[in-house]
Design a protein around this ligand. Structure first.
Ligand code: ZN
Length: 207
């Protein structure tokens, strides 16, 4: 709290309303010396005077404490921007997560299909072709797993149980972190503590 700034603010808002120190003091039932003290930064209105003072000056207590006008539009616009960005991020992450899951499923199905083909037509397919098919099946499966794991690591965040901050683990932290469904035992990038961190799609703490 900057008393000098607040004092200047009270002074300028009083003048804007066209009051003398004495007129303002009378409205608040106090001496003009008190108002003068506030305005020079040598004193601060007592709590019981905060609301009457702000109402006389047409400012909010928040503005008084800030020592400046806080544009409500700016405040709301900023808050809304943040909200929209968060929803957007969540939506995009949801799409990415779905795509990742689809890739995982497709690669698994392709892997099993190729294995099935090799087993079912074992008499028809020559050994080198069989080897090739199994190799392709494993490659598809491997790529699918890597994409799925990379997706799980980088889409959204892990939320630290200790400090509540969000972070994206490194490949090795992710790979070696024991996990249970959507939580993973990781070291927080903010507080450095290790805990069971929950996977979330955005920083607004849902899902
Ligand atoms: Zn933490």
């Amino acid at each position: 709290m900057d008393q000098i700034l607040i004092g200047k603010f009270i002074s300028s808002e009083r003048k804007r309303k066209g009051y003398t120190q004495k007129q303002l003091a009378e409205k608040l039932g106090i001496s003009d010396k008190t108002v003068s003290k506030w305005e020079t930064g040598n004193g601060f209105p007592e709590v019981s005077l905060l609301l009457p003072l702000c109402s006389e000056l047409d400012i909010t207590v928040n503005e008084l404490l800030c020592g400046e006008r806080v544009s409500e539009e700016d405040y709301i616009r900023k808050a809304e921007e943040n909200m929209v960005n968060m929803i957007k991020e969540k939506e995009e992450n949801r799409k990415k997560a779905k795509l990742t899951i689809a890739i995982g499923i497709i690669s698994t199905v392709a892997f099993l299909t190729l294995l099935f083909v090799v087993c079912a037509y074992t008499d028809v397919i020559s050994t080198p072709i069989k080897g090739l098919l199994i190799l392709i099946a494993c490659a598809i499966f491997g790529v699918g797993i890597v994409i799925a794991a990379e997706g799980e690591r980088t889409i959204g965040y892990y939320k630290c149980k200790k400090c509540g901050e969000h972070f994206v683990p490194t490949v090795s932290e992710y790979t070696f972190g024991p996990h249970m469904i959507t939580t993973r035992y990781l070291k927080c990038h903010h507080c450095g503590k290790t805990s069971w961190c929950k996977k979330v799609l955005s920083k607004d703490n849902e899902e």
